[in-house]
Design a protein. Sequence first.
Length: 285
Amino acid sequence: MNELPERRSKPADLRDLLAKDSVRQSMIAVIPKHLTPERITKMALIAASRQPKLYECTQQSLLRALMTSAELGIDCSGTLGRGYLIPYKNNKTGNLEAQFQIGYQGLIDLARRSGELAAIACYLVYKDDELEVNYASFPPIKHKPNFEVELNDANVILVYAVAQLKSGFMQTEIMTRSQIEGIRKRSKAATSGPWTTDWGEMARKTVIKRLCKYLPLSTELEKALVVEGELDRELYEDVVMKAPKDIPETNGQTPIRDFSKRIDEDVQKVAENLTPEPEVDDEAK
């Protein structure tokens, strides 16, 4: 079984990898119509410019992360807060591996694709804000921000999310800072990546993920939760494992439960079609 080379990449290497015909054809087969291989390449290069350690990740893991974000139709460059490519160290192999991680804006986009939401939003509450919570009232949360307080992450005391269905039903989720920090500390990216550069965005994402337990799931959102399950076992068990075990194929699409496995198989097909470039002796150049 062929594997992609484990050598470290440079910008040109990454661009050349994504330009290979076998890679392009594999991506074209799974990406939505609004995306192109050229757009995916641009997203990958932007993500790597923001997080240079991605160039040190294995090419196979980079392809897997890119194909996951592409099939979900989520920008992984990190510039819009919809998705990120995060480098993690595989302690078994010692290699850095890239992993796609969806942002809170990406989750909101996917939640809206169900077609059943009238509105969904998430807010940070800073110290000295006025906040009243009454689950028996409608709406259940009344929030009056105090704009005289410095709006930085250190002053956030809790985060809440609200979603309203087209039927009029409203669902809310509230988490304190200590609850969010507890989840951050259990994350593989607790001390790197967006938790250090975009704490507020990741805090919003944490609350949105919990809110999604109670919302109608679009196909894309359920796929995203499968991917997120690799990072958050609690959410995976709550949302995905409690779903019906036998999900039939529809319109020729692969069952949602097999999404993550299928991405691995697609990347392996790419690897089998790539011929590793022969090692060239520096003295012979």
